[in-house]
Design a protein around this ligand. Structure first.
Ligand code: IVH
Length: 656
């Protein structure tokens, strides 16, 4: 058996060689999976031996930072957005103005597809991908290089050793989007509403390892320095080794552009990605320069948007769904209709007020519309049916028959029953979610069965399930039953704040749950706290304090918490309650920089704030301590310059 240090160094060397093969030579000799396994093994060994971590370890390349910590970057040229034209006529008006301003009889345009994704700038230095930056506000974006490096169609090295900025669109294909959503549903996580949100979520992942599992793609559409025409720009991007959308056209007239746009509006569903229009650009750079830009957008380009996908159909019924908090939401049941390649059966109606606003009744013909989102909405009533009947506001819960109530100032009605199966299903899914007790594999199908077969009556029931009961369920083999039981058992040791969040107290999100757990330290103290005491918790106002106070006093909830306690869930914070921590950092300003090994930035911030200190973003003369983690950058230099005291992570811990 080798000692840890030798083993770690050996593994690092092996990974470095594979990285060279993959990133530099683009000739991988192992599969991504095998490579991933090696990296994980190294991460595991390093986690066990944090003192052996060095800045040049391959794991430090993937070192994730919280999303809000992505560094910002100011573009050399602002990333402008585009004006929109909503019809061929509007487009023709724009083209006429272009001709006038250019004092020309005719100009050439390049028409490209407008993919609904996220624009990014890739900065290559001497042929190597140096940075990838999101659009941000157009002046300054976020540096997401780590995540963009995982996109296989973004080369890390260009075919030439040139320094260029390439802009383009990052997107998630529709197939990949559907797969991702199915996986999320299985894992009890919320589905993304559209591919764009999914791509944005992936790009802002803290952990490039997660981004790597999402098959994002990229098409380039602009390059700096630019060549004499847009057509040659696109060719240049392609010659450098990036992807350029093959569906594009050099158009000699307005009519040709409209023809291109009309064609793609009709064929948009043949593509595996979502497009919402075409982008039309003046081809010649000298004319582009002559036209110039406004503060927001260039005058030489425009987005000719497609109409939203619309269809008319019959509103067959309005069903009422019940959510975890008992909220009753009306859902439109439609006569199935084709809309953009998918069959639509339902539409959202949001709430009762929306139904009134639309004046819609059952049996009416309605106009529905789908944007990039998966679930369409009803736009208007097209024809009132002779046999139309109004939606009857539910007086009882459609699932359990329990009493419903619409409180003053609220738009929704809620089911008040504590035993409503619909609420229970939602409560179980919430409990199992990644942000709560992380019971992977407890998805919708399983929850439905558990509730319908009466195997689980509240979340504490999960901890009484046995192998035999689970094996009796559909699509449940002995192995998956065993896995689920392991997952459930593991959730017992998760942090106390997750239990607080998992309870699903109205308006108590993840962060509030953390604050409550931190401040009060235990379930017992939380249950004893008065409304006034609850209000002392940071970010808890009177309304929220009341909601928490009432929840914790309802007899069913008291009993539930007791059952959870007996099932072995964590009922105390591992950290001492805030109120008992001495304010040793009172009035002291801290700055965090680099990656801390043993704690996240949030954790470090909490530790400082608990002791009366505060954490600021930048180093100034007022800064008392700079805590420097791995790969600390300019803030560390600044601290040295100003002579601010610098602490390593260990020294910081010692102070705590
Ligand atoms: S050109 C100054 N070309 O549409 C030129 N944009 O508001 C600005 N987009 O943020 C962009 N496909 O995310 C251009 N072929 C294409 C595009 C495209 C998609 C997006 C881009 C931009 C938005 C326009």
């Amino acid at each position: 058996m080798r000692n840890a240090a030798t083993e770690i160094e050996h593994l690092r060397e092996k990974i470095r060689q594979h990285e060279h093969q993959y990133y530099v030579l683009a000739k991988p000799v192992v599969s991504d999976y095998e490579f991933d396994q090696m990296l994980r093994e190294l991460q595991r060994l390093e986690a066990e031996n944090p003192h052996l971590i060095t800045p040049d370890s391959p794991t430090q390349r993937v070192g994730g930072q919280p999303a809000k910590e992505f560094p910002s970057y100011t573009f050399s040229h602002p990333m402008l957005s585009l004006e929109n034209a909503y019809s061929p006529e509007e487009f023709a008006d724009w083209a006429r103005r272009v001709l006038q301003l250019a004092k020309a009889e005719a100009v050439d345009f390049v028409a490209e597809l407008k993919i609904d994704g996220l624009s990014v700038e890739l900065i290559y230095e001497d042929g190597l991908l140096g940075k990838a930056v999101t659009r941000g506000d157009g002046q300054t974006g976020e540096v997401v290089t780590g995540n963009v490096r995982t996109i296989r169609s973004v080369p890390l090295r260009l075919h030439e050793n040139v320094s260029v900025e390439i802009r383009g669109e990052i997107f998630l294909g529709l197939k990949a989007f559907r797969n991702l959503n199915d996986e999320r549903e299985q894992a009890g996580e919320a589905r993304f509403a559209n591919p764009r949100n999914a791509a944005a979520g992936s790009l802002r992942q803290l952990d490039p390892g997660i981004a790597a599992k999402r098959p994002l793609d990229f098409y380039g559409y602009a390059i700096l320095p630019a060549s004499p025409t847009q057509a040659t720009n696109l060719e240049r991007i392609s010659a450098l080794g990036l992807k350029v959308n093959p569906h594009r056209k050099l158009c000699r007239s307005v009519d040709e552009v409209i023809e291109f746009s009309t064609y793609w509006e009709e064929h948009r569903d043949d593509l595996d990605y979502e497009i919402d229009g075409v982008v039309v650009k003046v081809n010649a750079l000298d004319i582009q320069e002559m036209l110039g830009s406004t503060a927001k957008s260039p005058r030489w380009a425009i987005a000719l948007k497609f109409r939203a996908r619309q269809a008319t159909t019959k509103l067959v019924d309005i069903r009422v769904q019940v959510g975890r908090t008992g909220a009753l939401t009306p859902v439109a049941v439609l006569e199935p209709v084709q809309l953009g390649g998918t069959t639509i059966r339902n539409a959202t109606l949001h709430n009762e007020d929306e139904i009134e606003r639309l004046g819609v009744q059952i049996n009416d013909r309605v106009l529905i519309e789908r944007g990039g989102d998966v679930i369409p909405k009803i736009v208007s009533v097209v024809e009132e049916a002779p046999d139309r009947r109004p939606f009857e506001k539910p007086i009882a819960c459609p699932v359990c028959g329990g009493e419903v109530f619409r409180s003053e100032g609220e738009v929704v009605r809620r089911c008040l029953s504590q035993t409503c199966p619909a609420k229970l299903k939602e409560a179980l899914l919430h409990w199992a979610g990644r942000r709560a007790l992380k019971i992977d594999g407890l998805g919708e199908r399983l929850v439905d069965q558990l509730v319908e077969k009466d195997l689980v009556r509240d979340v504490s029931g999960l901890y009484e399930l046995n192998q035999e009961q689970l094996e009796g369920l559909e699509r449940m083999g002995p192995k998956s039953a065993e896995n689920l039981l392991t997952e459930i058992a593991a959730s017992r040791s998760l942090e106390f704040w997750r239990v607080v969040f998992g309870l699903g107290i109205r308006h108590v999100g993840e962060r509030t749950a953390q604050l409550l757990a931190e401040h009060l330290g235990s379930m017992a103290r939380l249950q004893q706290a008065s409304q006034e005491e609850l209000e002392l918790v940071h970010e808890v106002g009177p309304k929220l304090a009341e909601s928490i106070y009432k929840f914790l006093r309802q007899p069913e909830n008291v009993a539930l918490i007791e059952r959870l306690r007996r099932s072995g869930l964590q009922m105390e914070s591992t950290a001492p309650p805030l109120s008992s921590i001495p304010a040793v950092f009172a009035g002291k300003a801290f700055v965090l920089t680099g990656t801390l090994e043993g704690m996240t930035r949030e954790e470090a911030t909490a530790l400082i704030e608990q002791r009366g200190g505060r954490v600021t973003a930048s180093v100034s003369r007022k800064t008392i301590f700079v805590i420097a983690g791995k790969d600390a950058g300019s803030k560390l230099d600044k601290a040295r310059e100003l002579g601010v005291q610098i602490l390593g992570e260990d020294e910081f811990r010692a102070m705590l």
